[in-house]
Design a protein around this ligand. Structure first.
Ligand SMILES: Nc1ncnc2c1ncn2[C@@H]1O[C@H](COP(=O)(O)OP(=O)(O)OP(=O)(O)O)[C@@H](O)[C@H]1O
Ligand SMILES: [Mg+2]
Length: 267
């Protein structure tokens, strides 16, 4: 479980806090989406949680261990992070080397390592591209390799920081499918920072940031119903939901088949 207590962070030289007194809990195995307008503190939060930055004040407790200078290596093993820009995260000369890279520090033999690389390359649909140079891949393929490299290390928690924002719709939906499958097949905690409401709807829970604060936590439907939050966080409601709200006698929903069912029931 992740417990965040009164967490604040101020960048060196900044006048205001990028994160201001945040409290929240994320249970194991949940898929959580973080929403919020530009500059609301989402990436800062992801870097604190993954122990890249050190909190100005407050606590981050993961599995009952509070992050501190001594347990950083232990904490970092529990968390993987995939970033927005795929070009900044390649180390290996080939896709295969890249997925294997983090494993080289673990004391496992070559055969075992090779099996892990193949397993995750297959899982993200990159098994036919093992010899390719990561720089020459498409944006979506790069992100899939980045996900495989993270999965190979088997972290309990994975943070995706707007990993689809530079991709086309097909690249996006491929990635959403990978995240969704991970959620179904594993007990990993998945935290996805996104501007895409279509993705957020797949999550168990949404956390909304605004001005460095957490302004709402709830299920996708609870958040969509909250007009004040939608306005504040500049969330674009999905088309199906907007339509459902416009039809008298229909319960608001973002589920297309439910909407059709509701319309059919109208007298
Ligand atoms: N390296 C930095 N130095 C100083 N201030 C920063 C730095 N990075 C971010 N900030 C500031 O901290 C605040 C939160 O930024 P953050 O990057 O966490 O926002 P975000 O929610 O991830 O935004 P986006 O949706 O644009 O990615 C902003 O006011 C931003 O200008
Ligand atoms: Mg960001």
């Amino acid at each position: 479980m992740i417990e965040i207590k009164k967490l604040s962070y101020k960048y060196p030289g900044a006048t205001r806090f990028a994160l201001d007194n945040i409290d929240l809990t994320i249970e194991d195995g949940k898929y959580v989406a973080i929403l919020g307008h530009n500059g609301s503190g989402k990436s800062t939060f992801s870097k604190l949680l993954s122990a890249i930055y050190k909190a100005s004040s407050g606590k981050i407790i993961i599995d009952n261990i509070e992050i501190n200078a001594e347990n950083l290596p232990e904490i970092r093993k529990k968390i993987g992070i995939v970033f927005q820009n795929p070009d900044n995260q390649f180390i290996g000369a080939t896709v295969e080397d890249d997925i294997a890279f983090g494993l080289e520090n673990k004391k496992i033999n070559f055969t075992e390592m090779h099996d892990i690389v193949l397993k995750y390359a297959r899982e993200v649909g990159m098994i036919d591209h093992l010899d390719r140079e990561p720089q020459n891949l498409s944006g979506g393929q790069k992100q899939r390799v980045a996900i495989a490299s993270t999965l190979a290390l088997d972290p309990q928690i994975i943070i995706f920081d707007e990993i689809t924002s530079m991709l086309d719709p097909k690249g996006r939906s491929d990635i959403y499918k990978i995240i969704h499958d991970l959620h179904k097949k594993t007990n990993k905690t998945l935290i996805s920072i996104t501007h895409d409401m279509d993705e957020a709807l797949l999550a168990d829970k949404l956390i909304v940031f605004s001005g460095g604060k957490v302004v709402a936590i709830g299920t996708p439907l609870e958040i969509l119903k909250n007009k004040e939050i939608i306005e504040l966080a500049k969330i674009d409601s999905p088309f199906v939901y907007k339509l459902s709200e416009m039809i008298e006698g229909v319960n608001p929903t973002y589920d297309e088949s439910q909407l059709i069912e509701e319309i059919c029931k109208l007298k």
